[in-house]
Design a protein around this ligand. Sequence first.
Ligand SMILES: *[C@@H]1O[C@H](CO)[C@@H](O)[C@H](O)[C@H]1NC(C)=O
Ligand SMILES: *[C@@H]1O[C@H](CO)[C@@H](O)[C@H](O)[C@H]1NC(C)=O
Ligand SMILES: *[C@@H]1O[C@H](CO)[C@@H](O)[C@H](O)[C@H]1NC(C)=O
Ligand SMILES: *[C@@H]1O[C@H](CO)[C@@H](O)[C@H](O)[C@H]1NC(C)=O
Ligand SMILES: *[C@@H]1O[C@H](CO)[C@@H](O)[C@H](O)[C@H]1NC(C)=O
Ligand SMILES: *[C@@H]1O[C@H](CO)[C@@H](O)[C@H](O)[C@H]1NC(C)=O
Ligand SMILES: *[C@@H]1O[C@H](CO)[C@@H](O)[C@H](O)[C@H]1NC(C)=O
Length: 765
Amino acid sequence: MFCVPHITCKMQHQKKMIRCLLFISLLIHSTLGKISAVAPPSQKWLTLNGNQPLVIARGGFSGLFPESSSFANQMAQSLSLQGTALFCNLQLTKDGIGICLSDIRLDNSTNMALVHPKGQKTYDVNGKQVHGWFALDYTIDQLFNNASLTQGILSRPSLFDLQSPISTIEDVTGIKPAQFWLNVQYDSFYNQHKHSPTSFVEKAMRLMVINYLSSPEIGFLKSMNGKVNKAKTKLIFQVFTADEIEPTTNQKYGSLLQDLASIKSFASGILVPKEYIWPVKANKYLGDAPTSLVSDAHKQGLEVYASGFANDLLGSYNYSYDPTNEYLQFVDNSEFSVDGVLTDFSPTASEAIGCFANNKNVSKPVKGKALIITKNGASGIYPGCTDLAYQQAVDDGADIIDCSVQMSKDGVAFCSDTADLIGDTTAMTTFISRSLTVPEIQSKAGVFSFDLTWSEIQTLKPQIASVYQDFQRNPAYKNAGKFTTLPEFLELAKAKAVSGVLINIQNAAYLASKKGLDIVGAVNTALSNATFDKQSTQQVLIQSDDTSVLSKFKNVPTYKRVLLIEEKIGDAPKQLVEEIKKYADAVAITRSSIIQINDFFTTAMTNVVAEFQKANISVYVYVLRNEYITLAFDYFSDPIMEIATFVDGVGVDGIITEYPGTASKYIRSPCTNTDKPQYNILPAQAGSLLSLVPPEVQPPAAAPLPPLEASDVVDPPLPPVAKDTAAATPDPATPTVAPSSAPANVTSVCLSLVSIVVLALFMGY
Ligand SMILES: *[C@@H]1O[C@H](CO)[C@@H](O)[C@H](O)[C@H]1NC(C)=O
Ligand SMILES: *[C@@H]1O[C@H](CO)[C@@H](O)[C@H](O)[C@H]1NC(C)=O
Ligand SMILES: *[C@@H]1O[C@H](CO)[C@@H](O)[C@H](O)[C@H]1NC(C)=O
Ligand SMILES: *[C@@H]1O[C@H](CO)[C@@H](O)[C@H](O)[C@H]1NC(C)=O
Ligand SMILES: *[C@@H]1O[C@H](CO)[C@@H](O)[C@H](O)[C@H]1NC(C)=O
Ligand SMILES: *[C@@H]1O[C@H](CO)[C@@H](O)[C@H](O)[C@H]1NC(C)=O
Ligand SMILES: *[C@@H]1O[C@H](CO)[C@@H](O)[C@H](O)[C@H]1NC(C)=O
């Protein structure tokens, strides 16, 4: 008997399936009218046959749902390019039924270890002793009745665990995928245990179409050679890392790959880990050039499929945490395109291939649907606010570059994220003795620009930011670039003919009353000296969290004033919006004031954007970053999805980002600017992914965000600039003087172990 009907089990899971389909239809309806048949790809690709590279979904959309679950397969099918192949890694049960699971151990991706604690076995799998629970020891009925799929990768959501039974290969082909890819990873193992994958596949091919049949075992591929219809089924040789041993020949995969001509005798293509094509060096950078593998294989008439793609793997620094960059490196370089990519995130591969590849020569709109405003320039790539970060931002398609103005003690206005220089410069090591606590500015101690002269600041180096320790940015440029004064920033903006500048002004009242520094005056002077007040070709945005600062710029009508609202708000009451209108033409608000997130799932969308826009106040959302750790699961670990959601789903007027290149890629893509895109990048619907999770395992609801309050909006008038502040701020010790003469609270800055180590290194030097 080949096929066992599992009616009861299916019924139990039908409710869940309905939720899944509902989710998909929610997504699709959100862009109703945009959905269209895929236009025949007219582009020319450097694949072997010139066709568009294939997207292969490993266990469906396994980046989000348990691998090979019905959720995962349905979602991959609905959210990927037409023609996408669903990939199933075959395992055989005791009674010879074929199921899809990538690991030979059930405990990697099911709850079998809990259900049957005594079921652990040890088997010799191609010469290695493997401990665990094996499909081989259970009948399909035992598995269906007891086992549920779980997420095998810990960085991915576990809320979908225990919702789907194991899938048989008929369950996968039953949803009618455009193409089906079956991988037979353990032919000799199953043969040793009296199962024959060869005869299983032969029988299966009578009942279903298998478009691709792959295996890492040459013996299996050779035995299938006379048995498959080559016009229907391609045989693909799966290659593992260079040092692993191929079971049939006992040779290393690395050396087998030296002889592509003999591979051609039993396979029409190879499936290789992506590092064979673009090796990643120990420092996590790519080299300058790819290997010749794809070109060599194509010369032999062999197709090349690359494996190992996932948005939530920390790949090479060259990709700047934008997973679409990685696909493009494989399908859109000047030398070749691989013939397909095996991925856990098929929607991301689809958008890269369908929307971003092969369009270097397509004319792109100058003005997109939303403004791209930088946060400290392209600070994802270079240290923020440096000349290099600004140049990169302009080259990457930013509309507006930004300068958060800080003042040195001697009155030089320059660009830096915050007045505290510890985060974005090397001040921590050089000026530790000058650190202070200034409660008006921040609660923790810092080294503040207004306590250092400009020449002291220039002895520092800029330092690249990072969101978390594991997510370092571009170490090759860790301290690259020069600090930029406000006049230099404005000169650069003019020279590069960028569409506009945003000048952010913080701490004006403190600087005026306590430090005798006139930041508002400095900005006004710099702007008018650079003639920004007498032109309207380049937009000037003045941003502040202080309405009194914004009032000071009212006299230049071409300046657009932006109120920065740092509080997370759930609502913007009408009378406050009217009040804000007196001071500002736009607001900059946080991501969570627009889309609320609980436990990495979006839960709801607020009305805040609509409330401001109704009053003709533009809304900019901040701050967007590429690192997947900053993204809700609803965005598929893909920064493009978050941008699509804010730009096309919510309709904000601008996005404030540390990676303007990623925003420009989406906003200027042909898919975003046509009615008939090759691939539809569907914005997330707040709350719809979480609606797939049964109520009993949903995270507890978070408290609603408070509404905007009057105290968030109206500030007291700016105090006059103090004349003589010398008495208030005695000249602090120079950095070379021993710390004993430093202020008493110096040590509070040394809280973290890292900083102590850094300090020790510096002192020892
Ligand atoms: C399952 O296998 C994958 C790939 O080998 C591994 O990354 C993951 O940690 C494993 N998970 C469990 C729960 O064993
Ligand atoms: C699983 O389900 C079957 C019924 O099909 C039952 O007989 C068996 O005891 C259960 N447990 C295990 C570990 O298979
Ligand atoms: C990757 O980045 C490094 C460092 O910037 C550079 O030298 C190298 O050429 C880059 N490789 C590619 C393929 O872009
Ligand atoms: C893009 O245009 C340039 C110049 O017109 C041409 O040389 C190049 O081949 C084109 N590239 C593609 C991918 O069409
Ligand atoms: C005014 O701009 C010129 C260049 O256009 C520059 O040389 C000069 O230093 C600027 N003056 C001030 C006060 O910023
Ligand atoms: C909205 O603002 C624009 C200019 O910023 C102006 O032309 C338009 O009349 C305003 N509309 C309303 C309803 O205030
Ligand atoms: C040091 O910090 C503590 C707590 O923050 C404060 O109470 C104390 O006055 C500070 N001492 C000086 C000399 O600033």
